[in-house]
Design a protein around this ligand. Structure first.
Ligand code: IMP
Ligand code: MG
Length: 177
């Protein structure tokens, strides 16, 4: 059995996402942006962030699998779905739910930079700074969080809990509370 404990509630998330949207709007004033969501975890963050960006914007999506069990990534990343459009000369914002070890975003950054965008930025709703093994940082980061496994607002545990409106820490039996 899992117990869920709210870490960030929907109001806190909405306020912070609005701030990130304003930042993007300012940084790219007068230009257009392509929001690339990393499936599936980033979809809810992307849909809220996009509506706070007051610029000409388009969406694209990319997907990776990370050969590991549901809680511990293996460090190996494989592309399972590429973007649909050319990124050459575009202002790309790669939108991800969480920056953890940094392996996934380092892989995607290197891949997308080969497509010769005009600008490349990373928006990550959550950042577990203490877990990083790759030297990568988010340009637009919602919240730095402790090393706890979280679900909700797009984030899953074995595909469950993505639809929770709040971000919650999952405690499974056998762990201290
Ligand atoms: P990284 O490659 O280690 O940075 O891992 C990033 C991916 O691991 C994210 O896109 C998530 O899918 C997953 N992940 C890392 N931490 C969590 C968490 O606390 N809850 C849910 N998924 C997580
Ligand atoms: Mg995931």
């Amino acid at each position: 059995m899992e117990r869920l404990k709210v870490l960030l509630n929907r109001e806190q998330i909405a306020k912070r996402v609005a701030e990130l949207g304003e930042q993007v709007t300012r940084d790219f004033a007068g230009e257009s942006v392509v929001l690339i969501g990393v499936l599936k975890g980033a979809t809810i963050f992307l849909s809220d962030l996009a509506r706070e960006i007051k610029l000409d914007a388009t969406f694209d999506f990319i997907a990776v699998s990370s050969y590991g069990n549901s809680r511990e990534p293996s460090g190996e990343v494989k592309l399972t779905k590429d973007v649909d459009h050319s990124m050459e000369g575009k202002n790309i914002i790669l939108v991800e739910d969480i920056l953890d070890t940094g392996v996934t975003l380092t892989y995607l950054k290197n891949l997308l930079l080969t497509r010769r965008p005009k600008a490349f930025k990373i928006a990550a709703l959550l950042d577990k700074v203490s877990r990083r093994i790759q030297p990568i940082h988010g340009d637009y980061v919602g919240f730095e969080i402790p090393n706890e496994f979280v679900v909700g607002y797009g984030l899953d545990l074995a595909e469950r809990f993505r639809n929770l409106p709040d971000i919650c820490i999952v405690e499974t039996d056998g762990e201290s509370s």
